[in-house]
Design a protein around this ligand. Structure first.
Ligand SMILES: *[C@@H]1O[C@H](CO)[C@@H](O)[C@H](O)[C@H]1NC(C)=O
Ligand SMILES: *[C@@H]1O[C@H](CO)[C@@H](O)[C@H](O)[C@H]1NC(C)=O
Length: 185
């Protein structure tokens, strides 16, 4: 009995000491969840930009301690915020003077696409929180095409899109969220 206790005590001391000194070493030898997840989804989907993925997820400090489900929710919240941000960019562009009718109609199309995308992302978070991953994927899939459709509207009229960067960011966040959600149960 005495012996068992001292083994436990030694083990406890060992763990205690290790805990204080090892997180950095562990992080260096094992890729963290953000890195690992971004690497996997970038390997599976050529649309996913690994660098963008790690930068976007690391912008939220909670990612470090999140599980895959947590990361899915974080990526969707980023996507939702980004769609809302994109919508306000468009609103500002719509205030420009001397907008051509064509450019104006493109911007209006994009505003609507961003708005729908934002609510799809919001709905998908609710679905994930209640464990309905397949439904979440349906919502996210409906938003993935929004940035491309916005870009296309300008291209069809042969005018330069003022939203290319905005659309790239939104597309990345949408495909990242979709890829992570697809890996949930
Ligand atoms: C990937 O994302 C990074 C960071 O946002 C960006 O600098 C880079 O240009 C992107 N790569 C491609 C191929 O678009
Ligand atoms: C969201 O979009 C804006 C521009 O549309 C961009 O500057 C910002 O970096 C994006 N946020 C994330 C988390 O990618």
């Amino acid at each position: 009995m005495m012996r068992f206790t001292s083994v436990l005590l030694t083990l406890f001391l060992f763990l205690l000491l290790h805990q204080g000194s090892s997180p950095k070493a562990t992080a260096a030898t094992h890729p963290d969840i953000v890195d690992e997840t971004c690497r996997r989804i970038a390997d599976d989907d050529p649309n996913v930009n690994y660098t963008f993925c790690t930068q976007a997820l690391r912008s939220v400090s909670k990612s470090k301690r999140a599980d895959l489900r947590g990361l899915a929710i974080i990526s969707l919240k980023l996507a939702k915020a980004n769609a809302t941000h994109a919508k306000s960019r468009v609103k500002a562009l719509l205030k420009e003077k001397q907008l051509s009718t064509y450019r104006k109609s493109c911007l209006q199309t994009c505003r609507e696409l961003y708005s729908d995308a934002a609510s799809s992302f919001r709905n998908s978070v609710k679905q994930i929180k209640s464990g309905r991953y397949a439904d979440a994927k349906v919502y996210i899939s409906s938003a993935v095409d929004a940035p491309g459709e916005c870009e296309d509207s300008f291209q069809e009229g042969d005018i330069t899109s003022p939203l290319t960067k905005v659309n790239y960011d939104l597309f990345q966040l949408a495909v990242i969220a979709l890829a992570i959600t697809s890996r949930l149960g």
